[in-house]
Design a protein around this ligand. Sequence first.
Ligand code: HEM
Length: 560
Amino acid sequence: MDSDNANVTSETHEDSISPVRAFISIALVSIEQWWAVLLPLLITARLAYKRYASPLRSYPGPFWASCSRVWKVKSTFLGRTNWDHVELHKKYGPIVRIAPDEVSFSSPQVARHVLAAGKRFTKTDFYWVFPPPENPDIFTEIRSEVNTPFWLLILTVWQHAMKKKVANVPYSMAAMRQLSPFIDDTVEFFMSRLESYCPASDTPGFKQAGVDTKPQTVDLGKWLHYFAFDVLGEVAFGRSFGFLAAGFDKEDAIKTIDNSQRYNGVVGQIPEFDYLLRRNPLLKLIPALDPSNYLITRIAKEEMNKRRPFEVEREGKGANSDGREDLLASLIKGHLKDRERFHEGDVFSVAHGAIFAGSDSTASTMQSLFWLILSTPRVYATITAETDAAVQNGTISSTGNIDWAEAQSLSYFQACLKEAMRLRPAVGLNMTRHAPSEGVDLEGHHFPGGTRLAMNGWVLHRDREIFGEDADLYRPERWLDDEENAKVMERYMFQFGGGAHICIGRNLAILEINKVCPRLLRDYEFQLVDPTRELKATATFFVIQEGLEVYISRKGPSKA
Ligand code: HEM
């Protein structure tokens, strides 16, 4: 009798279903039956929430940008962000919503304010995707999210400032000029490599060249790229990467960096995905995807190892040191002075990061300069006349390298360079910052704390109020017409960013460009192979350019 009762009780207990379990099974059955309706409903609700519940709902912009990051991913994936932003602002005005929580500004005044040091506008997680994840360098140090406690924010700003303080020493103009001889050697070698492309005739110039000597096509853009890389190898590690010597992209090293920048640009719009991709530990098991195997990283590691153990006496110089202090040596010195604050990982990441930050950017700037000059015959004629006259009157040397002071005397060249950096700045994606936690008033509008504020150099530099009604045109004369106006324009140039995060390598880039470009213009004549063809520009983070194909010929005695 007892055992019968026990069976009845246990059966009754097993048969009764708790309300929660009942709800879950009904929900699962409903989802199974209705998912085709429910899923689109949920997605629509989420998109509508993103679009309408945001305080940015009143700002104009593309529909998809207001409810998801799809618009930004697409624009970056297609490499068109620079031009997309120019078009966006033409269509929608000075403030455009480009993502549910992000607006883009076209005003250079806003950009100056937002990028200024000490205003607590912090870099967004876009920068966090850039390698190396385990040891952020100066560019990627962003641990300053808007919701970060104040003490951590201070710590982060301090961490960035600490790294920049050590790295600023080797990047100063004085330090760069001390490295000048090594840039000169690379310039000299570059010129010798170009010689082989000149017509074999003794007589210079295209027209006079022997009838049989058909000019060869030279991809000047590629050679400028090799030059920029080799200079950085010399400056950072005291040795060239050997691209000029090889005459091609060794081990596809440049292509690998460009692909990596493209990845950073696209995944930077949706940084969470980095955990599935580059930060995914499983992918590290595939040797081909291991970044430590790449040429530039291998060279950086080799150089670090050669200089071990780091000792005060050797001051971080390489074993075969020729006495110069390259970037790596200077960073090791900084590390030896304060091992706690600037540790060994920082030495590596800052030196290695310099190659990524400084190669494509400098190459892109020189490619834009040459393409703009050569595709505007009036400008090419004027710059040639200036260079020839400077040789004639002894302002610049007639042979060998051109030094910094000589290049500064070429005012039209300087105007051409500024105008190229204005119209086609090397950074094609946005510089984005978070509004500080209390929010900010810009252009008469209030933006809550955490709003992403984006600025694109291609847009800012086309502002008609600052740069004139013909701001879309390449007209170097605008820098020479009126000194006061030139100073105003200078204030609103963002080719190197601004404020606390202004480009640390700008002195190096400008020095290098001032050495090689006037020398090229003095010694050679150039003709675009196809003057009607646009330079192909793909915005990754930097604008990667292709198609600067020219005929080149040795210049004759000066015609001035
Ligand atoms: C013409 C050449 C160059 C251009 C146009 C350029 C442009 C820029 C821009 C616009 C930024 C700011 C990015 C932002 O805030 O989002 C930047 C930052 C930076 N650049 Fe450059 N750059 C050039 C060359 C170099 C070189 C040669 C180096 C190093 C060798 C370098 C190293 C850096 C670093 C480390 C940062 C981060 C600075 C910080 O966040 O404090 N750049 N660059």
